[in-house]
Ligand binder design. Structure first.
Ligand SMILES: Nc1ncnc2c1ncn2[C@@H]1O[C@H](COP(=O)(O)OP(=O)(O)OP(=O)(O)O)[C@@H](O)[C@H]1O
Length: 684
């Protein structure tokens, strides 16, 4: 563990007055340590040799110092920590939090242990004062616009990320500041027609919100009907505004965009057929617009939507060249970074509607920010939306307590009460947030486990996991590395599925091989180490080869599971797609991807970059669902073990999740929500 200490008074750095009360003297950095950046001052060198800062962090801070005439080592340390924060996915660093954050270990090297030396942290008040008066730093939101670093209420930002945060803050507030004019009767009729069921209340509220508000944040766990709601709210808006409404569907990855397009067009087709069957007036009034919508709707990556150009750092669409669309839907928004959302908001017409869709409890973007989670958690100033929704859909809008029910009495939607916090959901409407709560696909019990994790209730999660049932099991190894006997059930799951994949693949049955591939997946937090992908993928491969009694030769053995690692326009494959090598019936092989009902077949020589995928990280698995999932947890001390990681892993399973990990590891995960610093949850 890192101890907070004060800097050795012999250091030649010009430190802020009062910053040095040598309580603990840090060891002088070893001049021969390869991690020590060349010619760095002693304070930054100490943090670099302790593994807290990289040479790049130090270099950026020193360069910024040189450009602005700042040589106070404590200020440069704050700037270097702001660079480090971005590497960890945070938008900024709160100086008061820095020692505890650093104690969690290197942000982008989870297999490296945290530093175990006392670190010379500057005294907080003097440090803050030095930062605020530095020529390198803009002090507060109204500070000069031309400084590379900004201090706001204890948070230190690289200024470009503060500006992105301001774009999001300003645009979101503007979008929530008023409601759009809508014909109430037409909207009520369209919403009722598209969401007729008694359990569709929240979906009706979501569609009405999208009609009334220029920002809707549609959230919910897996299978709660988010994608279905997107399709039907497009239908509702087209019903109300006519078929000319220009709609853009987008997602952060090519794979997510393809899935969104497929699901939305399928649902719109279904609606059109339903209307056809009903016949008469409705066909003319409703089905025709929907059919028109189906014909034109395509989804793209967000980068593509904005007009990414390889030769430019700017998108084709921005504040001066707005997107033409009336409605932009952004799916898998939990994976969208702060800068990218800022660019989307910049590019939207002020009167266009934005619908952000995602599950804020999942792992956040691999880049900077956890912007969906921030928008959901942000205390929104009271706006006109909830009252307007209550007039339109008085029986559906969440209130606290729900109308006609005492708090705590059963919810009419059949959702277990702990999962529905009406008061919170009612307040969230001010921020345009509609949370779907009825699980349509997800196994009901699995939803209860996921919810305990989401709520941070470690006792409940552990008690559930220790009561094995149809939907989960827990293997608690006695040591850090599970024994063969302890992983017998994992081996069975891997070997059984693998043997099925191989048998179907050798028989040339692409649909069967893809279906078997979707039956089970081994998920891990780490890439390396005893609980890492590399070790477990090798184990899994051996188990499958043992089960099939025949390790097939060559680079493309039938049954080899594949993971695409890049987007490829020629084949239509996207980074993250999984597939399998299948015999083609003529002595050759072909790689099969996608829906087992309609496999996409690609010859090996035409494939983009692929890897063998016997196991993958939970991050990689985001956006996929498998019948059963095994997640192998690292020891409780791993910094990667977080609530979001466990929640994302559990919610990848449709029917059963098998957790391999100690009780301490489960508890550590549930009790450790990801800490991504940002200012969006604060007033300024
Ligand atoms: N109101 C509804 N009534 C009945 N079934 C529904 C309703 N809404 C959605 N469904 C069904 O529930 C299943 C899950 O819906 P959907 O895919 O839209 O959920 P999702 O939240 O987008 O899931 P994921 O997070 O996995 O993408 C689908 O089979 C869909 O047809």
């Amino acid at each position: 563990m890192v101890n907070a200490a004060t800097v050795d008074g012999t250091a030649p750095d010009r430190t802020a007055p009062g910053a040095t009360t040598a309580a603990v003297v840090a060891p002088a950095p070893d001049p021969g340590d390869p991690r020590r950046p060349w010619r760095a001052g002693p304070l930054l060198a100490t943090f670099a040799t302790a593994g807290v800062l990289t040479s790049a962090d130090v270099r950026v801070a020193e360069r910024l110092g040189a450009l602005t005439g700042e040589d106070d080592a404590t200020v440069l340390l704050a700037a270097a920590l702001a660079v480090r924060a971005v590497r960890a996915g945070s938008v900024c660093v709160d100086l008061a939090d820095a020692p505890s954050l650093v104690a969690e270990g290197p942000p982008d090297a989870p297999d490296v242990p945290p530093p175990d030396v006392p670190l010379p942290w500057p005294a907080h008040d003097a440090w803050t004062a030095a930062v605020r008066r530095s020529p390198l730093v803009a002090d507060g939101p109204d500070g000069p616009a031309d400084r590379p670093v900004r201090w706001v209420d204890g948070r230190v930002y690289l200024d470009r990320y503060w500006r992105d945060e301001q774009v999001v803050r300003r645009e979101v507030d503007a979008r929530l500041g008023g409601v759009l004019p809508v014909d109430d009767a037409a909207l009520r009729a369209a919403v009722a027609a598209r969401f007729p069921g008694p359990r569709d209340a929240r979906q009706r509220v979501a569609a009405a919100t999208a009609a009334l508000s220029r920002l809707t944040v549609l959230t919910g766990g897996p299978g709660t009907g988010k994608t279905t709601t997107v399709a039907r709210l497009v239908a509702v808006l087209r019903d109300v505004h006519g078929p000319g409404l220009r709609v853009a569907l987008a997602a952060p990855t090519g794979r997510a965009a393809a899935r969104l397009q497929e699901a939305v067009t399928a649902e719109l087709d279904r609606l059109a057929r339903e209307d056809d069957v009903r016949g008469g007036a409705q066909v003319d009034e409703v089905a025709a617009p929907v059919a028109a919508a189906t014909a034109r709707l395509t989804a793209s990556t967000v980068h593509r939507l904005l007009g990414w150009r390889p030769s430019s750092t700017r998108f084709a669409h921005d504040r001066t060249h707005r997107l033409p669309h009336d409605l932009v839907v952004l799916d898998e928004a939990s994976m969208v970074s702060l800068p990218l959302l800022a660019r989307v908001l910049d590019a939207l017409r002020p009167d266009a509607r934005l619908v952000l869709v995602g599950d804020p409890d999942q792992l956040a973007s691999v880049e900077v920010g956890a912007v969906l989670g921030d928008l959901v958690a942000r205390p929104a100033p009271p706006g006109p939306l909830p009252a307007r929704l209550a007039t339109l859909l008085p029986d559906d809008v969440p209130t606290a307590p729900p109308p006609g029910r005492a708090a705590g009495s059963p919810d009419p939607s059949d959702v277990p009460e702990p999962q529905v916090d009406h008061a919170r959901d009612a307040a969230a409407l001010h921020a345009g947030v509609v949370r779907l709560v009825v699980p349509h696909r997800f196994g009901h019990d699995l939803g209860v486990l996921a919810d305990a994790v989401r709520r941070g209730d470690a006792d409940a999660a552990l008690a559930l996991l220790r009561t094995p049932g149809a939907h989960w099991s827990l293997v608690e190894p006695a040591g850090d590395v599970p024994t063969d006997a302890e992983v017998a059930a994992v081996r069975d799951a891997v070997a059984t599925t693998g043997a099925r994949v191989v048998a179907a693949a050798r028989a040339g049955d692409a649909a069967g091989a893809l279906a078997a591939l979707g039956e089970h997946r081994l998920l891990l937090a780490h890439r390396r180490g005893p609980a890492g992908v590399a070790r477990w993928a090798a184990l899994a491969q051996r188990w499958v080869e043992d089960a099939t009694h025949d390790p097939a030769p060559g680079a493309w053995p039938a049954g080899r599971p594949l993971l695409v690692t890049t987007n490829d326009r020629t084949t239509g494959l996207s980074n993250g797609d999984t597939g399998v090598v299948v015999a083609d019936g003529h002595g050759g092989v072909v790689a099969a991807f996608g829906d087992p009902a309609a496999p996409r077949l690609v010859r090996p020589h035409r494939l983009p970059a692929v890897e063998t995928v016997h196991a993958m990280t939970v991050h990689r698995a985001q956006g996929s669902q498998l019948t059963t999932v095994t997640v192998v947890l690292p020891p409780a001390s791993s910094p990667l073990l977080t609530r979001e990681l466990l929640y994302t892993a559990i919610t990848r399973a449709r029917e059963h999740v098998q957790v391999v990990g100690s009780g301490d590891a489960v508890r550590a995960a549930v009790e450790r929500p990801v800490r991504r610093a940002s200012g969006l949850r604060f007033d300024r």
